[in-house]
Design a binder for this molecule. Sequence first.
Ligand code: PLP
Length: 494
Amino acid sequence: MLYVSTRNADEKVTASQAVLKGLAENGGLFVPEQIPALDVPMDKLKNMTYQETAYEVMKLFLTDYTEEELKNCIRNAYDTKFDTSEIAPLVNVQDAYYLELFHGATIAFKDMALSILPHLLITAARKNQVKNDIVILTATSGDTGKAALAGFAEVEGTKIIVFYPKDGVSPIQQKQMVTQKGDNTFVVGIRGNFDQAQTGVKQMFSDPVLAKEMGTTGYQFSSANSINIGRLVPQIVYYVYAYAKMLKSGAIEKGETVNVAVPTGNFGNILAAFYAKNMGVPLGKLLCASNENKVLYDFFTTGTYDKNREFILTSSPSMDILISSNLERLIYRIAGNNAHKNQELMKSLQETGAYTISGEMKEQLASFYGNYASEKETAEVIREIYQETGYIMDTHTAVAAAVYKKYQKETGDTARTVIVSTASPYKFTRSVMTAIDETYDSRPDFELVDELEVLSKVKVPQAIEEIRTAPVLHETVCEVDQMQSVVKQFLNIK
Ligand SMILES: *Cc1c(COP(=O)(O)O)cnc(C)c1O
């Protein structure tokens, strides 16, 4: 299987090359030439472990990795870094199934892909005779940064540089990043928002002068952002796994349709669901849940993507995004895998901040349902479900839960639904606790952590215990237009 750029039909690479490069030339994203069909029946998948399922899915996409290489990557990724051998447990609360993707090292769903990406990348470098050190350049709205740092710390032959919006992440997210150990790790706060961080990173990736300077110093860039196919592919796995486990537990009959509700930012997670559906997993509606930055809701309802609007800081910061990068992969597909057409729309996005798809393209979005939750609705759903069941979810998951309720009300659809649970409530303790009771807001962060343990009866995760006392190791802060000079300084490029 080869990967082709969404912006240039002539740029084709192998899976390992796509993983290495991250981004295609002139800003395109790599997509598989076609989406493969699952070749193992659900009856067999339902008895497989997470690791076994991962192999069956990933082997279909990463075809130039040998069986041994791939199994090695999987073994090194999904191990005791996760606090449960199920890796991605499914929890039935009321009429929904919460797919908890936060049992990895940094207690957010980014661990699902970022615990394996470093292994896929190092393997790819070896396969392609790369001699340079790989520099991972990442923009983060909070969770990617720490998960990438944790994944790449001390991995030989790599360095990782993370940019985050100084005032746009939760205190716990920030503390997690600036306390990161490892000589090959660098963390920088920028005075700007996530989109500016992401744009700055994309510019560096496509700067030929910088690439040359890097090359002569013995470095080359790669990306740990969700535009890397090495992140997208591992995310398909848990949709296959979740469906198979529902079948096994008797929650559904064979072939029964399951909807999924996904708290969405950069559109990577829900795109993986779309790929799983296209591989043959009986998924029905894909509920794309946004917070008050509801660009995607507007897009699904009107066919116009328009980022020209105020950027709102919400209690679900990992979804505070106005440019959902991975949507480009869907646009390319509904344009009939037409790189030229996609390029035109992306050019319009770059130049005017907006584009409109044709009616014909819009018709192909029928699997998607877009909606959003306000800050108030998000807090309400956390409080309600806690009061009714004792289950406490984080703010991002709550956005999806709220959208699920809206969808049910609007359509009367009674299909079984998986709500993708993307972070531990401990990662957003203050927002979660004040959603339950506003008076908690006057209490210090770690007091709230202990109180959350009492309310939820879920033990404080190791990832939180670690940062209670950890020293700050990264203090760099810069302006948006200084990002490149900061990178050069870290890498000693004159
Ligand atoms: C990254 C993230 C999201 C958004 O996922 P995308 O793949 O970018 O759409 C949602 N919730 C949490 C907690 C996240 O970290």
